[in-house]
Design a protein around this ligand. Sequence first.
Ligand SMILES: Cc1cc2nc3c(=O)[nH]c(=O)nc-3n(C[C@H](O)[C@H](O)[C@H](O)COP(=O)(O)O)c2cc1C
Length: 201
Amino acid sequence: MKNKKITRKISQGVYVLTTSSGGCVVDAVSQVSAGDNPYISVAVMKSNYTCELVKKNKKFALSVLGRDVSGNIIDTFGLKSGRDIDKFQNVDLLREDDLPVLKDSLGYMICEVIDQIDTGSHILYIGKLVEADVFKDTEVLTYQYYQEHKDEYIRFETMKGKIAWVCTMCGYVYYGEILPDDFICSRCGVGKEYFEKREDA
Ligand SMILES: Cc1cc2nc3c(=O)[nH]c(=O)nc-3n(C[C@H](O)[C@H](O)[C@H](O)COP(=O)(O)O)c2cc1C
């Protein structure tokens, strides 16, 4: 493949997927049908705790993040695991259709899982939209904007004096001069193209 990075130009937003007991940041969201109750797909990495939660709950909420979202939300839901922390502890939530949604968002969609496809690394959940609302109409956080302004949202802590490679998907840090071409993140399974080099002097 000449340059897989072109896949990053697929326009998508950034969301927090929640179930009753946890959730995570996702960008792999698409509307895949039309009508009053369109189908919405979301791809969740099998290694994420959230994947198990959606499988059990059979229902999920997507809070749509705006550009003004607090870095704490990205850090809590995108770089930490619900296996280690209670992600809902320090976050303002609303309860909609029995699911927690983020106050710090542009609005939400509630979906009931009607099908799922195993894609190898991810489970693609197909949900039927059953409830939705708009809180405010300000600018949406796109995945591209997030990638270009990451440092405004999160701080990756690395050891001083060492060359570090940070996984921009999950925050995993690999130390070493060179990141091998076939490197796969041991925490979330993404490839080398998702890693950024940091040298904290
Ligand atoms: C901007 C951004 C986009 C992400 N997109 C996805 C995604 O589409 N699917 C996914 O499964 N994980 C995605 N992640 C990674 C998860 O949010 C992350 O691994 C999280 O810590 C998993 O938490 P959990 O173990 O509690 O489920 C993304 C993270 C970030 C920061």
